[in-house]
Design a protein around this ligand. Sequence first.
Ligand code: GLP
Length: 235
Amino acid sequence: MRIITVKDYDTMSAAAAKIIAEQVRTKPTSVLGFATGSSPVGTYKQLVKMYKAKKLDFSQVTTFNLDEYCGLPKKHNQSYYYFMMENFFNHVNVPKGNIFLPNGVAADFKKECEAYEKKIAGKGGIDLQLLGVGANGHIGFNEPDSVFHNKTMQVNLTDSTIKANARFFESMNDVPKTALSMGIGTIMAAKKIVLVAGAEKAKAIKELEKPIVSPQNPVSILHYHPDCTIIFVKE
Ligand code: GLP
């Protein structure tokens, strides 16, 4: 694991976008894993800028998002589908049929999760996964637990995550209590990982400086990934 420290959010975003752009230029048919949250928004902006300047082409790219809230339809303005459309897909040329997110309103979540795993495998796996990190160390929606969960599944959000994400909803009661999330195994199978973390994640990143891997701090699993870059804004 490489931890690169940068001076501000824009530098972090530019550095992450550069790695993603290189991936797409080297392999135009790349399978990209995407994340939501405020941390990667700047990265998406940079990628859109490159696309608009005709420096990047997503026409052969396939994407899989990490997670989606259960119970929110695509058109809900807090669904991760909506977030991705607004912040990225509406502005670039990823073919609509190549965009995959777990379906938070699927009739059968178990089946939906199994199908999602199969879809990822069917596309040859993820070449590059972009990640953020929750204040409690979660990646995707893999919350601190006594074990690492491997596969995409329906997960319960912790009270601290519900509280942290309440800022985007009218009230805390409106925050979904469960989500569908890629598992730790799904994330770890990505060939390359890039994690972006702003200055407000200092505590989570400090923990990572210790050589301790524990499901109580899900992000710590990245110590075992062979090609993981963490871009962190150090104040
Ligand atoms: C959500 C997402 C995570 C994200 C985290 C941090 O819980 N499921 O994928 O990393 O929020 O969000 P932010 O970047 O806004 O701090």
